[in-house]
Design a protein around this ligand. Structure first.
Ligand code: C5P
Length: 332
């Protein structure tokens, strides 16, 4: 199975408070954009590999990726965590990750990264969603949607949204999602910052420190997503520009002061609005249409590690069968 899974942007993100478990209550509006990771899952090993999952006692899992040193390849990778969670749910033990045995079924997971890493675009969460959807099909499990959603929520706050993609309003820690009516398309310039990514927990901690100091936005009256929801209903880009909001922006900028200049550069390049994507450090420039987005991007290419022109909303994870005998990775 091959799963193409899109990145997300937060059109609106309001932090409503710190919970006892260390997570934060959020109100956020998420939309997928057409920047994708691709996960290919194949079954190898013994003839048992074709048997029903319930007949298997043990499954080896092997992950490879092209995401560079910032993407873990060990058990902490969300793809492997999702696979292990699914196996646990099925009562199947996880075998070896390094030395699969020819006599045991082995699932190989090959991840091709197109979504910027540690960048505030839910790349890891998208990969976890891709693993859940792809392995459910590969292993012919046919789990109920509710069970997949439950596994997704345990894997990370953005994973339930990534299971479906599209446009959603999320509350709680971000796991309670409802679909939102969205007309039309929006064009974005996605600017990958140079240097290291940002750690999401550190950005939330910086947000709390700013709020405690009275400088944070959350110390004021909470913002509401009404303008963004109205902009989505009407497809009005100017209204969307007015409503865009990210409570984590000030925190991300406090950790990476260079982002303030970056935001200014995105505005100067002609974007209708500029904001930090999720917990950063990727910056987003809203454009009027694809042509405008390309023009904005052209003016920014020298300043950022990479600049992408994308559209929203992209569909959710798309599963396709890998033709037998084909190379494991399709050309980009
Ligand atoms: O759920 P996920 O693993 O993606 O979250 C990463 C980190 O971001 C959490 O460990 C937590 O520190 C922070 N977070 C939070 N409140 C949320 C979502 C994430 O504090 N609603």
């Amino acid at each position: 199975m091959r799963v193409r899974v899109p990145a997300k942007v937060n059109l609106f993100l309001s932090v409503r408070g710190l919970r006892e478990d260390g997570y934060h209550e959020l109100v956020t509006v998420l939309q997928t954009v057409d920047l994708h990771d691709e996960l290919t899952c194949t079954l190898h090993g013994s003839p048992w590999a074709r048997a029903h999952p319930a007949a298997r006692q043990l499954m080896d899992l092997v992950l490879s990726h092209d995401g560079g040193p910032e993407v873990p390849a060990d058990g902490s990778n969300l793809v492997l965590r999702a696979a292990a969670a699914l196996l646990q749910r099925l009562g199947i033990a996880v075998g070896d990750r390094d030395a699969p045995a020819a006599t045991r079924p082995c699932t190989r997971l090959q991840l091709r990264k197109g979504i910027p890493v540690a960048a505030g675009m839910a790349g890891g969460s998208a990969d976890a969603a891709a693993a859940l959807v792809g392995l459910d099909r590969l292993w012919e499990v046919g789990l109920d949607h509710d069970v997949l959603a439950e596994l997704a929520a345990d894997l990370g706050a953005d994973v339930p949204f990534c299971l479906h993609g599209g446009t959603a309003l999320a509350t709680g820690t971000g796991t309670d999602t409802v679909r939102v009516l969205a007309r039309g398309e929006f064009s974005w310039v996605v600017c990958e910052a140079r240097g290291n990514g940002l750690s999401t927990p550190e950005v939330f901690a910086a947000h709390d420190a700013l709020a405690a100091g009275g400088n944070g936005r959350s110390s004021r009256v909470s913002a509401e997503p009404d303008l963004v929801l109205q902009a989505l209903r009407t497809g009005d880009v100017e209204l969307l520009a007015e409503g865009l909001h990210n409570d984590l922006q000030a925190a991300a900028v406090s950790l990476r002061p260079d982002l303030a200049d970056g935001l200014e550069a995105v505005r100067r390049a002609g974007a209708v609005a500029a904001l930090v994507s999720g917990s950063g450090p990727t910056l987003l420039g809203l454009a009027r249409d694809p042509e405008h987005a390309r023009a904005v991007a052209e003016g920014l290419e020298d300043r950022f590690r990479r600049v992408h022109v994308v559209r929203s909303a992209a569909g959710g994870p798309r599963v396709s069968q890998v033709p037998a005998g084909s190379s494991t990775h399709a050309p980009r």
